[in-house]
Design a protein around this ligand. Structure first.
Ligand SMILES: *Cc1c(COP(=O)(O)O)cnc(C)c1O
Length: 394
């Protein structure tokens, strides 16, 4: 088999063997409906309780504040729409940023069609919001601030504690999409003044199609799915027991080794970034250092058109991305790169490589060697590069 180097952990991860092992019995012998009365159902009910306890421990909240969802997008949608409709008598104003995941941005667009007003905060050239901008944007009509913990494309980690503090002082609810942050950053929702937080299983070596929304006790929110009494009647439907078990195990593993995990990945990440920046006319997107996700590298190579770089990397066995998985296939440049000030034509030549537990130093070396000749070949075919050379020759 040809070599495959997977560098797209921000898109999804494999399921860890320990996680799968805990899940397996819940597909077969432990199949009872958790809402039923007999003893095989008690097993599944207890498994759900354990999963919830593990998520709560990872976030520093009560188990009763954790609600399982069908993934990160669902948790984001619930937070935005559930808060908006439950608080519309108080106000119709929501604040978010220009660099959120589409699960947040498109939910906001939907709310705009239903009478809500949304402020999309700008970010600076490294992707950070400005706290003064946030303070100035809050009005007496503001009901919710939704700002992501860490960005999935450029790795920027926002000053979440300060944002939470501002929201608390101004008595506005604060939601954060922490799908990328969990397992990479220490999170305690109480210390950080977070009212709602979204997470997903498949970004932390758990299964796909499962996530959770933390909802602080006392926060009023509309129910998401009407039906039975599951998830305290807020999200009805028979629970996805194997996935809940998997999420619980995955988050326990991910949060028990954050420092070692981050330290190892930061070294690999910085080696990768430094290696790729040796290519002429290349540039790093997002910040350096501790305020960048440990496994994220995002580089722009100027004078390259389209997503051809991904195709050629695929040919070399490297799985990478140009931004978020959701935008690939469309020709629009990433909204995140545009928000940090990249020009349209340049934003196309971006490459996101995200590292994870399976990444080795050998993988990093392989990519550092594979990329420069690809860039050279693409530039040789590019009219933008030709123009540039002509200008230089003048
Ligand atoms: C992956 C991701 C999501 C979506 O999660 P799903 O489980 O795929 O629905 C939301 N926000 C961020 C920041 C993500 O990286």
């Amino acid at each position: 088999m040809n070599k495959v180097v997977y560098m797209d952990y921000a898109a999804t991860t494999y399921v860890k063997p320990e996680v799968l092992e805990e899940m397996m019995p819940y597909f077969t012998e432990k199949f009872g409906n958790p809402s039923s009365f007999y003893s095989i159902s008690r097993d599944t009910k207890m498994a759900i309780d354990l999963g919830r306890d593990r998520v709560a421990k990872a976030l520093g909240c009560e188990s009763s504040e954790v609600y399982f969802t069908g993934g990160g997008s669902e948790a984001d949608n619930w937070a935005l729409k559930g808060i908006a409709f439950a608080h519309k008598k108080k106000g119709n104003h929501i604040i978010t940023t220009k660099i959120e995941h589409h699960a947040v941005l498109h939910a906001c667009e939907y709310l705009e069609k239903h009478g809500f007003e949304v402020t999309y905060l700008d970010v600076d050239s490294e992707g950070f919001i400005n706290l003064e901008d946030l303070k100035n944007a809050i009005t007496d009509k503001t009901i919710l601030v939704s700002i992501m913990f860490a960005n999935n494309e450029i790795g920027t980690i926002q000053p979440i504690k300060e944002i939470g503090q501002i929201c608390k002082e101004r008595k506005v609810l604060f939601h954060t999409d922490a799908v990328q942050a969990v397992g990479n950053v220490h999170i305690n929702v109480k210390e950080l003044n977070i009212d709602l937080l979204s997470l997903a299983g498949h970004k932390i070596y758990g299964p796909k199609g499962i996530g959770a929304l933390y909802i602080r006790k006392g926060v009023r929110i509309d129910n998401l799915v009407h039906g039975g009494g599951q998830e305290r009647a807020r999200r009805a439907g028979t629970e996805n027991v194997p996935a809940i078990v998997g999420l619980g195990k995955a988050i326990e593993l991910a949060t028990s080794s954050i420092d070692e995990h981050a330290e190892r990945l930061e070294k690999l990440r910085d080696k990768l970034i430094d290696g790729l920046l040796k290519v002429p006319y290349s540039r790093l997107n997002g910040p350096r250092g501790k305020n960048r996700l440990a496994g994220n590298a995002n580089i722009i190579f100027e004078f390259i058109e389209g997503e051809s770089i991904l195709l050629m990397l695929d040919f070399e066995g490297v799985c990478a991305s140009s931004g978020s998985a959701c935008t690939s296939g469309s020709l629009d440049p990433s909204h995140v790169l545009l928000a940090i000030g990249c020009k349209h034509e340049i934003a196309h030549g971006s490459l996101r490589l995200s590292l994870g537990d399976g990444t080795t130093e050998e993988d990093v070396d392989y990519v550092i060697n594979a990329v420069p000749p690809i860039i050279q070949r693409l530039r040789d075919m590019s009219p933008l590069w030709e123009d540039h050379l002509k200008k230089g020759a003048k």
